[in-house]
Design a protein around this ligand. Structure first.
Ligand SMILES: Nc1ncnc2c1ncn2[C@@H]1O[C@H](COP(=O)(O)OP(=O)(O)OP(=O)(O)O)[C@@H](O)[C@H]1O
Length: 648
């Protein structure tokens, strides 16, 4: 009786033939380092159905969804999504065919609802009219507030609905929703489910949804029960409950776990067979590692082979202008919405350069020096000598011999200047003697060898700059290059790491944006920031601090821009390799001094070449500087791309 009922249940709601599967996973494995998260997992989402993927926290649901949308690579096995493997050249998964709502809401807080939907509309290639029409529908349908409401001012539930709206925007054929109902009140939860049931009715849209709330998944057409990276069971909710004589899905799941533990059966390693027949039961004749009530294709089914011609492959690799433009506009809009942060980015380099010009290389001031003068006459030479000292640097404190030395021992004074009582008379005598003796001695005793007592160094007029070049002039060009480089490193690394942490990068990738497009858009938008920064810095150092410039200003600007671009590229490497902002900051800071010293930016006059001496690109030292900077740029960009590819 029990078996008969179960068969009847299975026959009615089971999905169409497996060729109509929206998603098929076969023997899928995925690990994070040594942690095996997905292990020989088999799953089938039938076309035009809602698939509820259930399981405890940490069982691997999100990891599986990331593998399905192509943001994570599987270590072993096969996945096909809407007919082809994810990220297959020419396939629009990731892309327009899939709507993805990640677990973390992944919305730009500075945007309003309209900006958010417009951004995703641009990426999906919707016209303004289409986006507007969908936006009006979604705002009405999901009961969203006014379209100009800022995301950061919305409630948690409203944000969740905006995130769902962004996933639904382009009417995708496949919806992947990672816990859309977490933290949502029961009324909204019911509404979300009601909507999902509505959209799959056409048979053209398929949905896979994960949830912790097992009972709500009874509204799904098919549920998959997952545990420790395996799929324990897959089938219509009623059939799963009946199979375990349970009144709730939760109870059925508990029973399934207990039985699995007792029998120590390792689930799912072989391809699934068709729907369970009356002789098959979990307790009895079930094939080892096969999920009960499987809805997938029969065992031994041949997997289709996929190929793409070189044109499709080339189009797949090449960055698309539409996506780069959408990302560029997005970054510009975010900057405009954060005027404080923008001003900080523009002014910080100017403030730093100004501080260097004001504080580095100037004369010391207010140095306290004890003066012990034993000459009393006001006309004594000692008074004249003391008056010639630079009194803005040295602050003279007249003291007795004892107090002066005690003061120096106590650290109150930097030194003692002392004059004996006969200083003036001895100086006069010595002057007279030298005047008489020197010519006589040198000429009579040394004759033609008198040049030997001349100074061994001759100071000619300098080829570059003036004879009195101060340290500030010397150090400023290197400082400008360093500041441009490090600000670009820090800002790039931080913005990318934060975007990834908030799930924004993943969301964009699932919408069809490649890592190269993301990098290009960032490079272009940062170029604008760098240009303003450089203009302000040059205005200050050339016009306010009057740092001399005898060379081509254009070459100097190009070199500084290239340094900024090298900083952006290096920031991309850091953000590709590191996941949290603290480590990214540490990496950016850690490279500061080694790079400053090894690159010669600190005190190496070569860094000033295009600015000060007026050399052009024909000089080897100058073009080599440009070539080296361009080389590092290319190397960092390639490295960032490779790391990103390896890490997905
Ligand atoms: N980037 C990562 N690096 C290392 N381990 C990870 C990473 N992401 C997830 N994991 C680990 O993989 C396992 C599965 O994580 P996953 O997020 O897929 O689980 P989940 O079922 O979605 O959990 P939840 O329902 O709580 O979201 C967990 O043990 C988690 O710690």
């Amino acid at each position: 009786m029990k078996e008969g009922n179960m068969k009847a249940d299975l026959e009615a709601p089971l999905p169409p033939a497996q060729s109509d599967s929206a998603i098929r996973c076969r023997d899928v494995c995925r690990s994070y380092g040594k942690l095996k998260v997905l292990s020989n997992l088999n799953l089938t989402v039938p076309q035009g159905h809602i698939y509820g993927l259930l399981g405890p926290s940490g069982c691997g649901k999100t990891t599986l969804l990331k593998c399905i949308v192509g943001t994570l690579k599987i270590s072993r096995g096969h996945i096909t999504v809407l007919g082809k493997p994810p990220a297959f050249p020419g396939h629009e998964v990731p892309g327009k065919m899939v709507g993805y709502m990640p677990q973390d809401l992944a919305l730009y807080n500075e945007f309003n609802i309209s900006d958010t939907l417009t951004f995703f509309g641009r990426i999906h290639g919707l016209t303004q009219k289409e986006t507007q029409a969908r936006m009006n529908f979604l705002i009405d349908f999901l009961h969203l507030p006014q379209k100009h409401s800022l995301i950061r001012n919305l409630s948690g539930g409203q944000r969740r609905r905006v995130s769902l709206g962004a996933a639904l925007l382009q009417n995708p054929e496949l919806l992947i929703l990672d816990e859309p109902t977490v933290g949502v009140d029961p009324v909204l939860r019911a509404k979300i489910w009601q909507h999902l049931v509505e959209i799959v009715k056409t048979g053209k849209v398929s949905v896979i949804i994960t949830t912790h709330y097992i009972e709500e998944a009874r509204q799904a057409n098919v549920v998959g029960l997952m545990r420790n990276g395996h799929l324990l069971a897959e089938g219509p909710p009623d059939a799963v409950m009946k199979q375990h004589s349970a009144t709730t899905l939760e109870h059925a799941f508990l029973q399934l776990c207990e039985t699995t533990d007792q029998n120590s059966i390792k689930p799912t390693s072989s391809p699934q067979s068709g729907p369970l027949d009356s002789s098959q039961s979990f307790e009895g004749g079930r094939e080892e590692n096969q999920p009960i009530l499987g809805v997938g294709p029969p065992a031994g089914e041949e997997l289709p082979r996929f190929s793409a011609n070189w044109k499709v492959q080339a189009r797949h690799i090449l960055p698309r202008g539409r996506n780069v433009a959408a990302l560029f506009i997005k970054t510009m809009l975010r900057m405009r919405r954060m005027p404080g942060s923008l001003c900080f980015q523009f002014l910080l380099p100017v403030i730093q350069t100004s501080l260097i010009c004001l504080c580095v290389g100037g004369d010391p001031r207010g140095i306290q020096v004890a003066v012990v003068n034993n000459e009393t006459s006001p006309s004594a030479y000692s008074h004249s000598l003391l008056s010639f000292l630079d009194n803005s640097s040295i602050y003279q404190v007249p003291l007795s011999h004892k107090d002066a030395f005690e003061g120096v021992y106590n650290g109150d004074y930097w030194g003692v200047i002392g004059f004996g009582e006969n200083f003036t008379s001895y100086l006069t005598k010595r002057q007279l003697m030298v005047d008489h003796l020197k010519p006589a001695f040198v000429d009579n005793k040394m004759g033609s060898m008198s040049y030997l007592v001349a100074l061994p160094i001759k100071f000619e007029d300098p080829i570059y700059g003036s004879q009195n070049t101060d340290f500030t002039t010397f150090v400023t060009p290197g400082a400008v290059l360093s500041i441009t480089f490090y600000l670009a490193v820090g800002l790039t690394a931080l913005s990318f790491v934060l975007e990834r942490k908030e799930g924004l990068l993943d969301r964009c990738w699932v919408a069809g944006v490649s890592s190269v497009e993301t990098m290009l858009a960032h490079l272009f938008s940062q170029l604008i920031v760098i240009s303003v920064q450089i203009s302000l810095m040059l205005l200050f150092i050339l016009l306010v601090f009057k740092t001399p410039n005898e060379g081509s200003l254009l070459l100097a600007i190009i070199l500084i821009v290239l340094q900024g671009m090298a900083g952006i590229s290096f920031g991309l490497v850091i953000s590709a390799a590191i996941d949290d902002e603290q480590s990214a900051n540490q990496a950016a800071l850690g490279i500061f001094y080694p790079n400053l010293i090894l690159s010669g930016k600190a005190g190496n006059p070569l860094t000033r070449l295009p600015v000060s001496p007026g050399w052009g690109l024909s000089r080897m030292m100058v073009w080599r500087g440009f070539a080296v900077t361009l080389g590092w740029n290319t190397f960092f960009l390639i490295l960032a791309t490779v790391i990103l590819k390896l890490r997905t």
